[in-house]
Structure formats: C-alpha cells, structure tokens
Write a protein that binds this ligand. Structure first.
Ligand SMILES: Cc1ncc(COP(=O)(O)O)c(C=O)c1O
Length: 393
C-alpha cells in the first residue's frame, strides 16, 4: 500500500474519545488548543484484522474469566522469531497489564528499600518513578551526547555500579527518547558489566518493532545465554500496534530459578487476570499485522525525514538525533533558546504539546521529544510553527 493510502485509510480524529493525548491537553498543559505531539501512541487505527477479531468478541458479548490458548503463545513466538530472530520458549512467557506496572513489580520483588537501581538518562520518566516511588536510590548514568549521537558511558556506568552497590539496571532498548537501537556489542558490554557485579538486568524492549533505516534490533535475549541467570526482558504489542490501553504485555524470563522467584513473589502483589481483549488483539496483530506495520514504518520515516530536512535547512543550530528506533524524535533546541524559555517557546509560540527534555533527565532542559507516529499533516504543521517562531527570535 502507498503511504498516502495508509494515512487516508487509518488516520482518525481522536478528539472526544477520552484520549490522554488529545482530550487532556487542558489538564496537562493548561491549553486545549495545542497540537498534541506528546504521549507515545498514534493517530492510526489498528490493522483491519485486529479490529475484526475484537468486533467478533464484542458481538459474542461475554467477557468472563479467560484462558490464554496455545495459539496465542505460538503467535508471539513466531513474531519474535520472524521479526527479530529471537528464540522464545513458551514457559519463559509471563504477562502483565503493562510494562510500567511490571517495572514497579520488579523493583519490589528484586530489591529492598534503599537499594540502588541504575538507569541511563535521559530515559522514559516512569523508569525514574518506579525507583523513587518505591523508596529505592536512583542512580543515573548520563548517556554521552556527541552532537546528537548518543552512546553509553560505560566507565561512568561501572564506577557507579560499584560505588553504589547497584542491584538492578533498567535498560531501555531501543532507547526512548534518544532513538538509539543498541548494537550487539554495546549490549554485550553493558550485560557483562552487570554480570560481573551481580546486577539484575531488566531490558525494556517495548519499542523493538519500530526500527528504521538499515538498523537491526538485537534483543538482550540474543546476546549470550550466559546472561540468562540475571535477565528479564519485557515486550508488548502496545507501541507497535497502538494497543496500549488493552493492557497486555510480556515478561520473558528464560532462567528457571529467576522465573520461580518472580512467580512466587509477584502473586503476593498482583492477582489481576490477563487482558482478554488485549490478547485477542495481540494474537490477531502478530498473525496478520505485518503489512500494516511495514506501512506504518514508512510513515514514521517520512515524518522524521521531513522534520530533519526542514530543520537542517531552516534552523541549522537545532540538533536532531538520528532516529534508529522508536517513533520519537529528540531535538536539542539550545542553539536557539535558553533552556528556561523552552516551555513558553514551544507551548505559547509554537502551539505544541510535546515532552520536555527535563522530564527525561535534569541535564536535558532545552531538548524536546516529538511523536512521529501521526498523520504527516500534524508533523508538517509542527515543523512549520517551530521554524517560523525560531525565525522571529
Ligand atoms: C520505554 C517504554 N517502556 C514502557 C512504556 C509504556 O508501557 P506500558 O504502557 O506497557 O506501561 C513506554 C511508553 O512510551 C516506553 O517508552
């Protein structure tokens, strides 16, 4: 399908649908007339086959306690193999009603109060909250930023692990918000440091399917089996297929001992059923959603290139990080704006609702994160507004 056809077929107006992104602008930004480019979901309807599977269940009309069929596991296992060459065994798979929820469980289960937990900043802010809300020490290792190209600062990472006696590391792979798809070598480096110092690794791979250009996603599961004794991997169809509020995520634990501890402990804090509609949607998406996803990736790439080319030409001091993975573009505006003025510039002048850099790291005031998984008309308007307002400065 051509990109325009996809946009035409799947774009949808989200006003008045209880959308956090569209209907909570007033509450969150104090202004309901902004162009919403913030929350990481999309303005695209799910694949037709997924909609049909959900419709059939709605028609059936019964939403009682449910059971996860073998066909579900098979669709997940096939997807992981086909898209990412990951070998997953059925017994490794556990469920949660969201990855953020699961991060809170991991912190509770595998660390004690005041234990140290490591994250690499700037990073998705619920990583910070999962640690701080549970009264653990938050240890941050800032990624190295070389003119918008990000890499891990492994010296700093290891030193802080040792000096703080870190117990757990939450890895973001691909990395929200800087858009990196970590290479196998980078993952090997970070996993080996964690193994050496007995640090449990949680690899949040929710963005695994949103891979752009010629980048290849490597799961922490595929680095080396020797890391399995202290590795938990999370993934979900929620970013990929716009299913976040159907609350169905996967927690993959290959090591039997670790899995047993997890299962024994999680039942003390969670007795929630799996999500029936989430699993119906996920199975249909993994079985029939590939073409839809490939079309979506074209739209994301088109939108990203649009912003990048326009800004490079008209606002050359803005630094746009390479978008290897995720649909979130990370831009450093400090060449034009003093960090303290970013909010008023973006909201009051550009009329945009975006994620501000300081939400991800206190070092990142003056950066903005824009969502590219939307109708190109919004991306074009947002870009025009930014360029027009920068030109007025
Ligand atoms: C890295 C990362 N993890 C988790 C989530 C949210 O996951 P969930 O909706 O399953 O809690 C997001 C959403 O943007 C994310 O970027």
């Amino acid at each position: 399908m051509l990109m325009d056809e996809f946009v035409e077929k799947y774009s949808v107006n989200r006003y008045d649908t209880n959308s956090l992104k569209w209907d909570a602008l007033d509450v969150r930004y104090g202004d309901k007339d902004l162009i919403p480019m913030w929350v990481a979901d999309m303005e695209f309807k799910i694949p037709e086959e997924v909609q049909q599977a959900l419709n059939e269940r709605i028609e059936h009309g019964v939403f009682g306690y449910s059971y996860t069929p073998d066909s579900y596991y098979q669709s997940f296992i096939n997807w992981q193999k086909k898209r990412h060459n990951i070998d997953v065994k059925k017994e490794w798979i556990n469920f949660s009603t969201g990855i953020v929820t699961a991060l809170y469980w991991f912190v509770n289960i595998f660390t004690e109060e005041n234990d140290a937990v490591m994250i690499q900043t700037p990073v998705y802010y619920p990583f910070h909250n999962a640690v701080l809300d549970n009264n653990r020490q938050l240890i941050t290792s800032e990624l190295k930023n070389d003119n918008g190209s990000y890499s891990m600062d492994l010296d700093d990472f290891e030193k802080k692990i040792i000096s703080n006696n870190v117990k757990m590391f939450i890895l973001c792979s691909p990395h929200n918000p800087v858009g990196r798809v970590w290479t196998k070598e980078e993952l090997e480096d970070v996993l080996s440091i964690c193994k050496k110092h007995h640090v449990l690794v949680i690899s949040d791979e929710i963005h695994q399917d949103i891979i752009l250009g010629d980048n290849t996603f490597t799961s922490a599961l595929m680095v080396d089996k020797k890391y399995y004794d202290s590795l938990i991997v999370c993934s979900a169809p929620s970013k990929t297929f716009n299913l976040a509020c159907l609350l169905n995520s996967h927690i993959i634990i290959p090591n039997e001992d670790l899995r047993t501890v997890y299962q024994q402990e999680v039942k003390k804090i969670n007795q929630t059923e799996t999500s029936l509609m989430g699993q119906i949607a996920c199975e249909a998406a993994y079985n029939h959603g590939e073409e839809w996803l490939d079309n979506l990736l074209e739209v994301i790439e088109y939108n990203y290139n649009y912003v990048k080319n326009k800004l490079e030409k008209n606002a050359p001091k803005a630094i746009i990080s390479d978008l290897q993975g995720t649909y979130l573009t990370w831009i450093d505006l400090r060449g034009y704006i003093t960090p303290d003025d970013t909010k008023s510039f973006i909201q009051d002048r550009c009329r945009l609702a975006i994620d501000f850099g300081e939400w991800f790291s206190k070092e990142c005031k003056g950066f903005v994160r824009l969502n590219m998984a939307t109708d190109p008309k919004y991306v074009q308007q947002a870009t025009e507004n930014i360029i027009a307002e920068l030109n007025k400065l």
